[in-house]
Structures are given as structure tokens and as C-alpha cells.
Design a protein. Structure first.
Length: 410
């Protein structure tokens, strides 16, 4: 309690700071100069107003100091008249003994309100959540005096250390704290029927066993489990569905564009070695770099995004192999690359000069035959590669998206 002493000495006042203040009286000695007299009168009025302000502050502080009273280091808020701890709690009260009725266990009602999901950590298999945690139970040992005309009392947070409270705990808790940026955000209320209400805002970090096989199309089911030794428990499920906007913009669309760029090489003439090689190799290096820059979860099994990236790398690599095959055919190197050449020679032997004179068309030279063959390979690749990639995209998205929807409905 703050105390101020106001002493009067003759015609002056002594404040708590030790300053002497004179009352607002006229001096007996008149001043000859009117300006000087006005200045002194203004100075006296200013000192008089300061004295009034000091007296007003003293009254306010005395009023505030008498609003709340503390007994035994435990305060009762909003109580008129103030109550002591012994007025509500009996002397033989043991906070280690739970309240029982007819030998039955104490029933505790629990309510959880999820305020916010702070983060989800796939690597550590955990997530952070802010909750309002409510507990309600009855303790018949507590009582509100009949002389106190109220049905509910808000208790100070220190009361919790002197009363029996349920020993509930979060089973999968990794870390947690009560939000106390300004004051500890928890309170306790007791009513006239000896029912206690306890509420607190808590920030939790909980374990969550995640199955990332469908990443990033996965839906995770995390559990909040509240237990109390061998008694029954309360559980709640939180379903976490991943948004695909980030992966669509940064993973899927760039990969599709790189694949389409690698398919452009089928329309470039095979004789343009620098253009086709540069385009194919650039596409391959770009897609490999995209693979290593992907935000993959650190798990020991293959996820959906791994399947997508590896398939895209396979399509780009196959387009590069197709051009190597075209070059080998065009240069007519080895018969193993073109096994039908021997069969063609057996079925169509070399034409004689008489056949040429008879008007029959001469046989194609090996160079012309090879040229027609590599062009045919390019024409077939223009259809086969895009069709296969389109089929892969349809199967990929249909399978994982339907799997995601099935999990949500379940």
C-alpha cells in the first residue's frame, strides 16, 4: 500500500517529496510595479493548482489501494467484502486428495477450442497449435459463505496451487507453454454449487505420425489426446489438407514446359546437330536441377512428387536417346541398329541394267533409304512421346487426387 504524508507547518505545506508549498495568500508587502505584481499572482495561482493536483492524486491512490486485499499471499478478485482463503477452503483440506462422491471417481469435463494451426513440420513429424483448454469438475469441499451474496467468484491464478486440480496431460506433447505476454492467460471460477471452472490458452507442439506417400496430395490426420493415468481419455482429430498452389506453380507447370521443350526437337531436322543436342541437353539439365531443388520431405520411401520428377527426367532422357538413334540410322553405322536391312536385300535383290531399261524404277541407294528411315522415326516420335506423357499426367493426377478425396470423405 502506498502512503503519502501531508504535514502543515505554519502557512506552508510539506508534500511526500519534501517540497514546501505555500498557500494561495497575498503577501503583505505590496509591490510597486504592477507588472511584477501580476507575475507574482500568476505564479501563486500556478502553485495553488499544483497543490490541488497533488491532493487529487493522493485521494486516487488511497482509493485504489483499498480496492483489493490479499490474505496469506492469495487474493480474491471482485469480492466485496474480501474473503480469506479459509472462508472457502476448510482447514483439513488436502490438495493431493481428489474430491469423491460415494467412492466414485471425479468426473472432469474437458473442452478444447482450436484457435490456430501454427505450423506443420514433416521432417520432425510434428505440428503446432494454439488452443483454449477448459476443465470443469465439482469439489464439494469448497463453499462460498452464505453471507457473501454472489453465485460465482473469480479466483486469482495463485489459487490453483492450493486446490486440487485434475492431473490431465497431453500424451503426444513435445513442448508447450501458457501464453503470458502480458499476464498468464488462465483463470479459475467457483460457483455456489462448488463447481470449479478452469480455462487457459496454451500453445502446444504435438507429435503426428504422417504418411507422406501421396505428398503433396496427402491429407494428414493428427490427434490431440488428453489422458489422466489409468482413467478414460479424450481425443480429437485434426485433418490437414495440403494446398497445391505452391506445387502447381513451382513444380508441375515448369516440368510440363520443360517436357514440351524437349519434344520440340522432333520437329528440328536431324542434320541440325547443334540445335537438337543443345535443346535436349539443356532440357535434361534443367529437369535434373528442378529435381534437386524440390522441397522433398526427408523420408525413406518414395512419395508422389518423386514419381513425377523421375518420370519427367525419363521423358527428357528418352527424347535424347531418340536423337542418338536417329543419328546412328542417318549415318548408316552398323546393321544391328537397323536389322531389317538384310531382310530387305534378300527380298529385293539388286536390279540389273535391263530392269532399268524396261522402265522399272531403280532401287533406292543406301543413303536415301537411311534418310527416309530417320525421318520416319522423328514423325513417329512426334505422336508417341506427347501421347505417352499426356496419358501419364492423366493417370498421375486422377490416381492421387481421387485418393485424396477418398481420405477426406472417410
Amino acid at each position: 500500500m502506498l502512503r503519502f504524508r501531508l504535514a502543515v507547518k505554519g502557512a506552508t505545506l510539506l508534500t511526500s517529496r519534501g517540497n514546501w508549498l505555500e498557500p494561495n495568500v497575498l503577501l503583505p508587502t505590496p509591490l510597486a510595479d504592477p507588472k511584477e505584481r501580476k507575475r507574482m499572482e500568476a505564479f501563486r495561482r500556478k502553485r495553488g493548482s499544483s497543490l490541488h493536483l497533488v491532493l487529487f492524486l493522493i485521494i486516487i491512490l488511497l482509493k485504489l489501494s483499498s480496492c483489493n486485499e490479499c490474505y496469506d499471499d492469495i487474493c480474491l478478485e471482485n469480492s466485496t467484502p474480501p474473503l480469506k482463503f479459509e472462508d472457502i477452503v476448510p482447514k483439513n483440506y488436502d490438495k493431493l486428495v481428489p474430491p469423491t462422491k460415494d467412492g466414485e471417481p471425479t468426473e472432469v469435463q474437458i473442452k478444447i477450442s482450436v484457435l490456430n494451426i501454427n505450423y506443420v513440420d514433416e521432417e520432425k513429424q510434428a505440428f503446432g497449435v494454439d488452443i483454449f483448454f477448459h476443465q470443469v469438475w465439482n469439489d464439494p469441499r469448497l463453499r462460498i459463505p452464505p453471507t457473501h451474496n454472489t453465485t460465482r467468484l473469480v479466483l486469482n491464478s495463485k489459487w490453483r496451487n492450493n486446490l486440487w486440480t485434475p492431473d490431465t496431460y497431453f500424451k503426444k506433447l513435445v513442448d508447450g507453454k501458457v501464453n503470458d505476454i502480458i499476464i498468464p492467460y488462465s483463470y479459475m471460477v467457483v460457483d455456489s454449487e462448488s463447481t470449479l471452472f478452469f480455462a487457459s490458452r496454451i500453445s502446444l507442439k504435438l507429435d503426428c505420425e504422417m504418411d507422406l506417400a501421396s505428398y503433396p496430395h496427402d491429407v494428414q490426420e493428427c490427434e490431440i489426446l488428453i489422458m489422466s493415468r489409468e482413467f478414460s481419455y479424450v481425443s480429437g482429430q485434426i485433418h490437414l489438407s495440403r494446398r497445391l498452389g505452391y506445387f502447381l506453380i513451382n513444380k508441375y507447370i515448369p516440368c510440363v514446359l520443360i517436357i514440351c521443350m524437349s519434344f520440340i526437337t522432333f520437329w528440328i531436322p536431324a542434320e541440325a546437330y547443334p540445335a537438337r543436342v543443345t535443346l535436349s541437353v539443356t532440357s535434361l539439365l534443367t529437369i535434373v536441377t528442378q529435381q534437386y531443388q524440390s522441397a522433398m520431405p526427408s523420408v525413406s520411401y518414395v512419395v508422389a512428387l518423386n514419381i513425377w520428377m523421375l518420370s519427367c527426367i525419363g521423358f527428357v532422357f528418352c527424347s535424347l536417346l531418340e536423337y542418338a538413334f536417329v543419328i546412328a540410322v542417318m549415318n548408316n553405322k552398323g546393321t544391328d541398329l537397323w536389322p531389317f536391312r538384310k531382310l530387305k536385300k534378300l527380298l529385293h535383290p539388286s536390279k540389273t541394267p535391263n530392269d532399268h531399261e524396261a522402265g522399272k524404277s531403280p532401287a533406292h541407294t543406301p543413303t536415301e533409304s537411311s534418310k527416309m528411315s530417320h525421318q520416319t522415326i522423328d514423325r513417329i516420335s512426334r505422336v508417341i512421346f506427347p501421347a505417352c506423357f499426356l496419358l501419364f499426367c492423366i493417370c498421375y493426377f486422377v490416381y492421387f487426387c481421387r485418393k485424396n478425396e477418398h481420405f477426406v470423405k472417410k
